[in-house]
Design a protein around this ligand. Sequence first.
Ligand code: SF4
Length: 366
Amino acid sequence: MKQEKLHFFTERLAAWFAGNHRPLPWKGEQDPYRIWLSEIILQQTRVEQGMPYFERFCREFPTVADLAAAPEDAIMKAWEGLGYYSRARNLHAAAKYVAYERGGVFPATYEGIRQLKGVGPYTAAAIASFAYGLPYAVVDGNVYRVLSRFGGIAEPIDSAGGKKTFAQLAQRALEVAPLPPGSYNQAIMDFGATHCKPKAPFCTDCPLSRECSAFQKGKVGLLPVKEKKIKRKKRFFHYLVANYGAEVLIHKRTGRDIWQNLYEFPLLEWPEAAASEEQIRRSAPWATLIGDRGAVVRQVSPPQQQALTHQQIQAVFWEVEVEGPPPAASELGPFIRAERKNLSKFAFPKIIDCYLGDNSLYLKLV
Ligand code: SF4
């Protein structure tokens, strides 16, 4: 992009930002800990959804030392519903690193910030510019969209070449912008989020339209370009909600699968959508946890859906009333007994939370 066009872009953007920036709780924040928290929470999350989580984390873990010292279950519970749970685990690991290996001092250079677990180039640039005024340009989905449309650049944003092109262009723009680095980064992201939106951008009322290549050539709907389409693998979960009086059994997911460290009911993963009651009764969780006890299937939920980045989860909940007490501790394996009224104390994946919150589905047993 020519230098004059880049100047036009940054000057108009700065003028737009002066009258339009979004009032968000972390704006103007100087504390690198809080800036880091907000940036990790906002990865792959809309601002409106992330805001209450940011406020909750600031309230429950006001300093990096508080976060480092917190039990993992407390952090997972505070994160519950936000998705991409590896972010919460990385947040905890990075807090321990800052608190215990750096004496509580947050790194103040781009390279130092990049050392924190879960911090990639985008997050490091955001923290470095917002907290310390360092000249590193952020490149997120908003920035890709604005730059590809304004510059008329059809290089795929998910290709190695495209990433390099946009990163270089974003950096050039930051260096000529009439704003400090943190404000410039905020301006382009706000502009992408609220004005040059993915669908129905405000082109006819846009301060950049005169020089915007996509607008001038009628290609706004075609940019940015993505190379790969995400294919979602379908998985079918059957949850055994085995009720022993007021208690059910749950366990914490471990291993390198989705929802690590979240809780769930005993699970039967099945190769296809439908499973019969007979198949459920013959399954391993039933054999281990119910065995020969008398048991009645009281309710089967309609299939519930949750879309993850690379997987589509369908879950059916089998509410079973079991006679007699739960298995003895020696037979429980990874499962723990929990009273139904206390289930809200555990962090569950969204699909289970929705199930528990839906009174028309969740069986109210005493
Ligand atoms: S004219 Fe439309 S496409 Fe171009 S920058 Fe403005 S809002 Fe975005």
